[in-house]
Design a protein around this ligand. Structure first.
Ligand code: ATP
Ligand code: MN
Length: 431
């Protein structure tokens, strides 16, 4: 008998098939009983009727527990009232393992801390399944977008030798007789990549010893970082916008069921089409002040500020031309105003905050050396980086897209800890 996945049942109507999975639930109605099977790809209701199922199988009535692993054989029937639109007339159930302890996560309400401590089991739930599938499809769309647009994947290292932007948010590790740091961003290496390949990206975990315990910060998160030679701020923002549109479009096409499971209202996701509003830092400050809130000009926007700004727009917005004092040393300055840096942030709608940070990089050797000195950073570790400005330096730009924040926005989850399989925060290292 053919073993099939629940998600593929529509191709097997009227056929006998085998399904392998776990008991999600059971219920008894008069003389028949139902088993809801979960196989990771969906849920299926199996109908067990005396005489149609083997006697041993029928006698399992009220003996199956949540998460018992079972293999079922039966015939696929169309049934609109059933989960997934199909149902199985069960012929035989084979119990692979009977669970004798009660599964810790029952359909009743549990606190998030309890669920997080049982993350390895919580991942089996319907909601977590939907979020992880959307995460998978988001990552896939990000890769597809770059691959289709002639970007070469250049993996940045995770161990780095130098603390390039200060050590406050770096994780230091023993590295033989010296210290190494876990990467905070693969950008500098992508700059080397872009001069070698034109367009490159990396997509992997990054680490920040964030002491803040906000719902938007993890200590380990995934970032997609493209870098492009011969690209300036304007075009950089268009790449970011196109990437986001591609991702959202893909999710809306592929993840209908998952978005439904999450009860996600997709009206605003459907409105994600280019062009996105692009405003300067000054204009963003004006929006905040016009709303009656005081703002300290020259500082970064906090989460409430971002929410305030984004409330004025339905689509993601981009804020560009930032005070250079709060931006990294490598950011290029506006040629008409040296106090402004050619950076941009993309803020997701609906209060989900910054999902992308990026900008145009300084490409002039002398200016960059000046900046490094001005930031009190040692020159030696940047020798290789400065080489990129010595040999065929060109205008170039890039950005970093945070995967978890993007998934949180798409799924409509307030806290990003549910958007990564095993979240790492200040207080959580297990499971
Ligand atoms: P924030 O100001 O919100 O802390 P940032 O400006 O430090 O973020 P960038 O250095 O610009 O972040 O990183 C690029 C992207 O990586 C951000 O736009 C965000 O999507 C994501 N990101 C940054 N820090 C974290 C974190 N601690 N946890 C999850 N995602 C993060
Ligand atoms: Mn940023």
């Amino acid at each position: 008998m053919k073993t099939v996945l629940i998600k593929d049942l529509k191709d097997y109507e009227g056929k006998d098939v085998q399904l392998r999975g776990w008991v999600y639930n059971t219920r008894k109605v008069g003389k028949i009983w139902f088993v809801i099977l979960r196989d990771g790809t969906g849920l299926l209701q199996g109908v067990v009727v005396k005489g149609e199922s083997s006697d041993e199988s029928f006698d399992l009535k009220q003996k199956l527990n949540q998460e018992d692993s079972i293999i079922i054989n039966g015939c696929v029937k169309k049934e609109d009232r059933s989960v997934g639109g199909y149902e199985l007339s069960v012929k035989d159930i084979q119990v692979v393992q009977h669970v004798s302890d009660e599964f810790p996560i029952s359909p009743k309400e549990h606190g998030t801390d309890f669920l997080m401590s049982n993350r390895h089991l919580w991942l089996r739930s319907k909601r977590q399944n939907a979020i992880m599938r959307i995460r998978h499809q988001t990552a896939r769309a990000i890769r597809d977008f770059f691959d289709m647009n002639s970007f070469t994947l250049i993996d940045s290292p995770i161990f780095t030798g130098n603390a390039v932007e200060g050590t406050t948010t770096l994780f230091e590790v023993d590295y033989f007789e010296r210290s190494a740091y876990l990467t905070q961003s693969g950008q500098l290496y992508q700059e080397a990549g872009a001069t070698a390949f034109g367009r490159t990206y990396c997509f992997g975990p990054t680490f920040r010893a964030e002491k803040s315990k906000t719902r938007r910060h993890l200590t380990e998160f995934w970032m997609a970082e493209p870098e492009m030679a011969y690209v300036e701020l304007e075009e950089n923002m268009v790449w970011a916008e196109n990437l986001i549109c591609y991702v959202i479009d893909h999710i809306l096409k592929i993840c209908d069921d998952e978005l439904n499971t999450l009860d996600r209202d997709t009206v605003l996701l459907k409105a994600v089409k280019p062009p996105f509003p692009k405003i300067t830092y000054d204009e963003a400050v004006e929006i905040i002040e016009n709303s009656g809130k005081k703002f300290n000009y020259g500082t970064d926007f906090g989460a409430p500020d971002e929410t305030l700004i984004s409330q004025n727009f339905e689509k993601p917005i981009m804020i560009h031309n930032w005070p250079s004092d709060i931006k990294a040393f490598y950011m290029k300055r506006n040629k008409n105003n040296n106090d402004l840096a050619l950076g941009f942030d993309m803020i997701a709608p609906e209060g989900y905050g910054e999902i992308i940070g990026g900008g145009q990089r300084e490409d002039d050797l002398d200016i960059l050396i000046d900046r490094i000195r001005h930031h009190d950073l040692p020159l030696e570790p940047f020798k290789w980086y400065l080489d990129l400005r010595k040999y065929g330096s060109v205008p170039h730009s890039g950005f970093g897209l945070g995967l978890e924040r993007t998934v949180a926005w798409i799924c409509g989850t307030r806290h990003i800890r549910e958007t990564i399989p095993f979240p790492r925060t200040m207080s959580r290292l297990e499971p």
